[in-house]
Design a binder for this molecule. Structure first.
Ligand code: OAD
Length: 261
């Protein structure tokens, strides 16, 4: 049929489902940033965990065992996050938010791209690559000195000592085995249990507690729309699974919602 592109049926259904929804939330994962050139974790071949063992890079034990390797990987990712740009999907999500009375973004991503794209009320469940701090007193550390470092992927960087207390600097992210910041997960719970609609974008829905948020929303009666080219454990329960990338679906959704506003 001419004039109809892929995703039109899902887009129309999403607009129908979102009609009259005052409170919206987006839950995003690594797939949200994939089209900005940031690798996901679990995609075959291209994901970080296809090439590295998460237990050797993203745990407190790994940092204790090989601090330079772990710290270097986060410095590398911090620089990558600064070099890439938000894509059309990030920008469109900030537009989608305008169709709601209140809209928040709960993200597992640590790259800061939602903020740079203009989204507001962002809850960073897994911390931020910008938030380096010391192990001893949680004093903040400015990573600016690493901006021009010649650092190949996989290169090590010895963690510097905190200028205030002398303890080593670590990335301000949540590692496997660590608790999520209680204010962030508390706010996320509150948002998903009181929203009318939850958009779940670019997450494999396997890492808890984030992966449990859509079920809380469903139990509380919200519509859950999953945007992901692949099916996930959430897909059978989602109100709608839209098989598209964030960069394809979100601009289409933003345009359709603006047209019906
Ligand atoms: P994953 O890598 O597990 O999942 C990414 C999801 O995005 C997959 O389901 C892909 O199908 C999907 N995807 C890929 N490209 C996409 C695109 N362009 N648009 C939309 N979706 C796309 O990433 P997360 O679910 O975010 O934690 O992973 C959760 C956590 O596990 C991360 O925060 C990280 C990781 O290990 C830590 O490092 C502690």
């Amino acid at each position: 049929m001419t004039g109809f592109g892929s995703g039109d049926a899902e887009c129309s259904r999403a607009v129908e489902l979102l009609a009259g929804c005052g409170r919206g939330v987006a839950l995003t994962g690594a797939g949200m940033s994939q089209e900005s050139g940031v690798p996901t974790f679990r995609d075959a071949l291209t994901g970080w965990w296809a090439r590295y063992d998460p237990m050797q890079l993203a745990t407190p034990e790994a940092y204790r065992t090989d601090p330079a390797r772990v710290f270097g990987w986060y410095v590398y990712r911090w620089r990558m996050a600064r070099q890439v740009e938000p894509h059309a999907g990030h920008l469109a999500l900030a537009d989608v938010a305008r169709s709601f009375d209140h809209f928040a973004v709960v993200t597992q991503n640590v790259d800061g791209l939602h903020r740079r794209a203009g989204s507001e009320d962002i809850i960073e469940l897994h911390g931020s690559l910008e938030a380096f701090r010391c192990v001893g007193g949680r004093h903040p550390f400015d990573p600016e000195r690493f901006r021009d470092l010649d650092l190949p992927e996989g290169g090590g960087v010895e963690p510097p000592a905190c200028a205030t207390c002398g303890s080593p600097i670590r990335p301000g992210v949540v590692w496997f085995g660590e608790q999520l910041p209680s204010d962030a997960i508390g706010r996320a719970h509150e948002l998903v249990t009181t929203c009318d609609a939850l958009l779940v974008i670019g997450t494999s829905s396997v890492v808890y507690p984030a992966a449990g948020l859509p079920d809380l929303a469903l139990t509380a009666g919200a519509t859950v729309i999953e945007i992901n080219p692949d099916r996930t454990p959430l897909s059978p329960r989602a109100t709608l699974h839209w098989p598209a990338t964030a960069g394809e679906a979100l601009p289409q959704l933003a345009a359709a919602l603006a047209g019906t506003a």
